[in-house]
Design a protein around this ligand. Sequence first.
Ligand SMILES: *Cc1c(COP(=O)(O)O)cnc(C)c1O
Length: 400
Amino acid sequence: MTHKEPVTPSSIPLHPDVPLAPVLSLDSFRQITQSPMPCVLDVPHVRLVTSGRIALGLALRELGVGEGDVVLLPAYHSLSMVPPVLWLKAEPRFYRVDAGANADMEDLTTQCDARVRVLVTTHYFGFPQNLTVLRAFCDQRGIALVEDCAHAFFGAYQGKPLGSYGDYAIASSMKFFPMYEGGVLISARRSLDAIVLVSGGKGFEAKVVLATLERSFSYGRLMGLKAPLVLPLRIKDWLWQRIKVGQATSAPLAPGSSDSDASFDTAWLDKSTSLFARFLLARLSKTRITGLRRRNYQCLQQTLRGLPGCRPLFATLPDSVCPWLFPLLVDDADAVFARVRAMGVPVVRFAETLWPAMDIERCVNSRHLSRHVLAFPCHQELNEQELNWMCAQLLKAIRP
Ligand SMILES: *Cc1c(COP(=O)(O)O)cnc(C)c1O
């Protein structure tokens, strides 16, 4: 089963001048040894799959979610969070968030009836929700808590890793590592032994490596490898063409999630992440990733401080947070968005399209956030030149 959402105008792929997501370079392998920030892989039970949404589907299935059940999802959400609920024939029910994107506990109380089995909470942009309150809320009602750590691969809440408060948690490796695919299902409370994963196959393993390298080349990284790889890349293109022609009969080599749409393809439910992704998860310095992301975030925060018509979604960057992106609330978001895009600056409008069947008027805060938050990359693979260029462009775009 594949669920596809229409492509919205601003999600039409564009090749910005600096990379939106991490790209692999020799620098990626630099080791920095300091005491690391907690990460989802520190939780006792871990399964590495191909995307965060597949991990969410598995978590809900492990919880026994089925027909007639309700799963509480935030009204401010990624479209990819809904299809896993529908796949299990359960009903998504959307709860309000406040102006700072925190779960509205009053609305949760109103909406939680006997059909509700699971509450999903999202740590937007890496900033944790109030997990003590959410955990107590779920325990009192006998429902399960799933932490969506898609934006929070790293980080802690009151000294414990994000992802360790939920019955299950999911994460998206692609958002934090220079990877083409990768998702994580974890649990601090339940064994994941019943989940058996198999290899995605040789074609998948090859596609992952080549797609990762191709992205690096397109941003001028790893150029020493480019010449020797011209032939393999040509062969890959030729193969892709043939596969597209015969699409009806042959399965895709990689999940649609890797090409950033909202599809949920059940063929990937039992597939393990690639060997290349495992290698990178094991080898890349986590201290480097968290340190540089925090530094770049603070640089953006400094640069944009006090500019008219905008303010950071989060007033401060707590020590225990590793940001996904730098989210900026912009009054005239459409105009600024158009300007930064035209300048070649990478920008994300998280939750720009909300689930069409949801009544958006029920949560004015979600509507506001989805329209006014522009998020800019702060990832570890931005070099100093790229970061400085981006800061300069943003100043021009916001104060034209
Ligand atoms: C990206 C995202 C997901 C899904 O992660 P994929 O790895 O893309 O499947 C889930 N929840 C949120 C909030 C996300 O932003």
